[in-house]
Write a protein that binds this ligand. Sequence first.
Ligand SMILES: *Cc1c(COP(=O)(O)O)cnc(C)c1O
Length: 451
Amino acid sequence: MPSILADSAQRASRYLDGVSRRPVVPSPEAVRQLERLESPLAEAGESPERVIAQLDELGSPATVANAGGRYFGFVIGAGLPVALAANWLAGAWNQNGAVEVMSPVAARLERTAIQWIRELLDLPKGARGAFVTGDTMGNFAGLAAARQEVLRVAGHDFASQGMSGAPPITVIVGEEVHVSVMRVISLLGFGKDRVVRVPVDGQGRMRADLLPRIAGPTIICTQAGNVNTGSFDPIGEICDRVRDTGAWVHVDGAFGLWARASPTRRHLAEGVDRADSWALDGHKWLNVPYDSGILFVRNGPALRSAMAASAAAYLPTTEDGELMEYTPEMSRRARGVDAWAALRYLGRSGVADLVERCCVHARRFSQRLSEAGFRILNDVVLNQVMVSFGSDDLTRRVIAELQQEGTCWCGGTVWHGTAAMRISVSSWSTTEDDVDRSVEAMIRIAKLART
Ligand SMILES: *Cc1c(COP(=O)(O)O)cnc(C)c1O
């Protein structure tokens, strides 16, 4: 074996062993040193050992420690060691997951992982699933399938005619739609300013009673897991209300859909199985390495027809369709391997524990911060907490100082006009001790900032 791989594995292990003991943010000096990686491309190459050594010596200290237990920014998983190890092995295999003949193992593991995830989320048996790069691409492919299908029903062949001569499609979103869905809406040619926005309640949930009357080709984008509050649109109710209209209901469930895998949280996502398509992330709550998103579509042929290229003589196909016939990508890494390994390791109960543990930690954050006199702005139903430390200015200062101090990392947001700090607990490695140390840093900094 080339010793460079063993060397790299050792460096990676050392990095992970230390990641919870260092500040979550890199020092300004470590970031400054990155200049040394940015020199002009030299005429002569360097030894592999030297290349890896430079990456580790200069790169590792400049990382954000989100592989540790005290990173609560955005919605970011930490990467389960078993999934990382599987990812390394898959990297060594260098398999292309486009078509089965390129890699029987990639195809089998992807199909198996998809099947397991479909069962965990209790989505319809016949739904077709595929791995994509992330939830954004899942939304993209899901809404592309929706576009194809609602236009087909209206008598228009989108694959051959495109938007030309197509009847307009009404796209309905909640006021709290995620920006990535808006990006997809724009990419797919629906027009950001043409969407119909449905008002939401105090937790950011779409008001099903305020859905517009539906006529003509319509796509409804719902959300399972609001990035600020963790709340869920009443997706089952929305599906029931529009059942006879032919509207396609899509679910953006980046992290929230995993609630379906937990007996104590699944009620939040009641009825999502009545939707038509679902996108979620592996790299958030399942804690597999980037980049890993998953898409399910009830009407598999609609997805296939939206994604399929014209036949090419050198590319195989099967009756059921090759993997790449269900995704925007052709060549693709064997993403199913990491997810298969994570799920094999966790089992059903392990996934449920992972989800529940994060929710319990989020509850602990909200309880301790509220006991310390700070205002929690959301109902903490999942893994998201929003806290105000007083005035907007004070809250912003606390966030900035906390980020610099390095015990933990949280980002900011604005909720109903009030500045807030977001705490998102999404990592397998967060312990109660991590929560307590982080809360103590928050309280200490907030009290100092007040004076
Ligand atoms: C993270 C997130 C997305 C985007 O997912 P990516 O994996 O970054 O593409 C979309 N919607 C919601 C609700 C999210 O939390």
